[in-house]
Write a protein that binds this ligand. Structure first.
Ligand code: AMP
Ligand code: TRP
Length: 331
């Protein structure tokens, strides 16, 4: 069976772009593949963060993934710091990756820019990510376009490792969503919907109450003109709503264009708001149940970590042998 691995940062919040662009694919891949999903709390430590809220954000992120439809009986869901093999493999791979290739990473340059002090962890971020992937003999990594360069590095490091120490690591492939999976900001439809948006009104959070979702969609920026037409270049606002409406209802954009032909922008907004509220209602209900029982989420994560560890421990055994380390004799 194909092994799929992906990771998500423990922000504790998710927006509709995360759901339609990433998490919904994760949900769909369970069952069809041996799917392993990880909340990457160690990656969150590479920039300044608040230690008082990290644990709660990690648990909330896991609860959101479960509410979105990840099923612990059909996939492995765990927290990165619970499986020590990730940090161990990072060290080994650190001795294979080069300073030059890490320094060239776009995300490192962007996140490091203008900072008074940049942690070695930020430079090493892609090696930790490579370790996440390579510790599970991963075949496929569903990932956003912004992570393409990091995945290439993971592949390069795996190939180099195998070349130097003998065939040990599986070289993974990235799988990328189509352009259509990009959800744009409602207030600024030429920019991606994102947590760090300047206008919180432009971002639909998965846990926004129905009235808030509806209000945000009703105040979405539309375009001059009045026809409901899919034309991302000339009518980015209307086109974004049509895409959200299509994705939320499982119908094509063309279908909705035909249905709303001759109608007003207000009708498009009403239909979109209704569809998004309906899409998220079951997720919000499941989240409320999980939030009321944090012990249950922690138990699911503990079982996930145990499953993950049993796979990673096997791979690490092979890696240590290949590297020529003296085996520790037990007993
Ligand atoms: P981030 O929260 O930016 O780290 O993204 C987590 C995942 O959600 C990544 O796989 C992204 O590609 C995806 N994602 C983030 N924002 C959007 C968006 N506006 N539209 C579609 N996918 C997105
Ligand atoms: N760096 C990824 C992001 O910010 C998250 C991530 C960490 C990841 N480790 C991973 C994604 C391994 C895929 C595979 O989106």
């Amino acid at each position: 069976m194909t092994r799929v691995f992906s990771g998500i940062q423990p922000s504790g919040e998710m927006h509709l772009g995360n759901y339609l662009g990433a998490v919904r694919r994760w949900v769909g891949e369970q069952g069809a593949a041996d799917a392993v999903y990880c909340v990457v709390d160690l990656h969150a430590m590479t920039v300044a963060y608040d230690p008082a809220t990290l644990a709660e954000r990690t648990r909330r992120t896991a609860a959101l993934l479960l509410a979105a439809g990840l099923d612990p009986s059909r996939c492995t869901l765990f927290v990165q710091s619970h499986v020590r093999e990730h940090t161990e493999l990072t060290w080994y791979l650190n001795c294979v990756a080069t300073y030059g290739e890490l320094r060239r990473m776009t995300q490192f340059k962007e996140k490091g820019q203008g900072q008074e002090s940049v942690s070695a962890g930020l430079l090493d971020y892609p090696v930790l990510m490579a370790a996440d992937i390579l510790a599970y003999d991963t075949d496929e990594v569903p990932i956003g376009d912004d992570q393409r360069q990091h995945l290439e590095l993971a592949r390069d490091v795996a190939v180099r490792f195998n070349h130097r120490f003998g065939d040990t690591l599986v070289v993974p492939r990235g799988t990328f969503p189509g352009v259509a999976a990009r959800v744009m900001d409602l207030q600024n439809p030429t920019a991606k919907m994102s947590k760090s948006s300047e206008s919180p009104q432009g971002t639909l959070l998965l846990l926004d109450p129905p009235a808030v979702l509806t209000k945000k969609i009703r105040s979405a920026v539309t375009d001059s003109g009045s026809t409901v037409r899919y034309a991302p270049e000339e009518q980015p606002g209307v086109s974004n709503l049509l895409e959200i409406l299509g994705a939320a209802t499982g119908r094509s954009v063309g279908d909705w264009e035909a249905e709303l032909d001759g109608r007003r922008y207000g009708d498009l907004k009403d239909a979109t708001a209704e569809a998004v509220v309906e899409l998220l209602a079951p997720l919000q209900e499941r989240y409320a149940t999980l939030a009321a029982d944090p012990g249950e989420v922690d138990r699911i994560l503990a079982a996930g970590a145990a499953k993950a560890e049993s796979v990673a421990a096997g791979v690490l055994g092979r890696v240590r042998d290949a590297l020529g380390l003296l085996p520790k004799v037990t007993g």
